[in-house]
Design a protein around this ligand. Structure first.
Ligand code: ZN
Ligand code: ZN
Length: 344
């Protein structure tokens, strides 16, 4: 039996540990083993170590962390026909059944029998990861796994929400993006590619606003207290047809709703605080509050098409797999620009 390196959660409120474990094998008919080319280090990983997911995931420790993965197909089960050894792939974060009602309508995220490598089963801070044929998206030759790995979750979440938001947007509309950090930065690029609407970005950080303008936002608002008024000024006093909120805390939900036009859509992506809207405001203005969770396989395939033509790019900071502790620490202390990626 071959062994490999794997970075594992051994206990909550304890540092991750590098150990040698067996390389996963493609034992099931639809199993796909991926040699990891890049594994994104995500804020969710910090929350896992804090124990926030312990009850929700029910995972048995120790297990291998890492849910933003891309690499090369290393082995396939006997029934796999969509990929072969050597194919360059990005991995949809869920392993789904393909048989339930949600899966049959292409809604992978709400699969009734899914596993979530890196959350409730072994993930990708390792040399190899086991997933399924349903979860691998072949990527363009021009893309490198270590450059796109973080698009598997962070990018997918941004894509899903912005593609959904974009469906109603016309050239006369305005879309406000609250938060131009990791996800918002990708969301703006997605909106730019998918909609003719004007894009207004709101962020507390002037540099983030500057970067957002550079990747396609039409107007930037540095949030210094009067951001709602600034958005109203930019929208003829009416508010925007759509607000996509990548923050979801620190008062952004109340502000986001006040930035909406009548019959507007308020999309929640970032989370933390409660939304407090008088019901009379919901009915009298007929506004919609819309939740967003990760994205489907097709969302990921669409996002990879945008990435292949250079319409969505992501700044990454790369670390050797052995330097996982530095990467996690850098993320925890705000020292990562863009996304941190572990490269085995
Ligand atoms: Zn993530
Ligand atoms: Zn399913």
């Amino acid at each position: 039996m071959n062994t490999m390196r794997a970075v594992r959660v051994v206990g909550y409120h304890q540092p991750l540990e590098m150990t040698e474990i067996d390389v996963p094998e493609a034992t099931g008919p639809f199993d796909v083993v991926v040699r990891i080319g890049g594994a994104g280090v995500c804020r969710t990983d910090l929350h896992i170590l804090e124990g926030q997911w312990a009850e929700k995931s029910g995972v048995t420790l120790p297990y291998t962390i890492g849910h933003e993965n891309a690499g090369w197909v290393a082995a396939v089960g006997p029934a796999v026909t969509n990929v072969v050894e050597g194919d360059k792939v990005i991995v949809h974060p869920l392993v789904t059944c393909g048989l339930c009602r949600a899966c049959r309508s292409g809604d992978d995220v709400h699969c009734e029998n899914s596993a979530f490598p890196g959350i409730d089963t072994d993930g990708g801070y390792a040399d190899y990861l086991k997933t399924s044929a349903r979860s691998v998206v072949k990527i363009d030759d021009s893309l490198e796994p270590s450059d796109v790995a973080a698009l598997a979750d962070a990018g997918l979440t941004a894509y899903h929400s912005c593609a959904k938001a974009a469906r109603r947007l016309t050239p006369r509309d305005r879309c406000v993006v609250i938060g131009a950090g990791g996800l918002g930065h990708i969301g703006i690029q997605v909106l730019k590619a998918l909609t003719p609407a004007e894009i207004v970005v709101v962020d507390r950080n002037a540099d983030a606003v500057k970067l957002a303008l550079a990747v396609g936002a039409d107007h930037g608002v540095v949030a210094e207290g009067n951001q709602v008024d600034q958005v109203l000024d930019l929208t003829d006093g009416q508010g925007a047809e759509v607000v996509v909120d990548f923050v979801g805390e620190g008062g952004s939900t109340g502000e986001g709703v006040r930035m909406l036009r009548r019959h507007g859509d308020y999309h929640v992506v970032g989370y933390g605080e409660n939304i407090d809207i008088p019901t009379i405001d919901i009915i009298s203005a007929e506004i919609n509050v819309v939740g967003n969770l990760v994205g489907s396989y097709n969302d990921l395939a669409d996002l990879m098409a945008l990435a292949a033509r250079g319409a969505v790019t992501l700044h990454t900071q790369k670390y050797a797999l052995d330097d996982f502790a530095t990467a996690v620490d850098d993320l925890d202390h705000g020292r990562v620009r863009g996304r941190a990626i572990l490269v085995p």
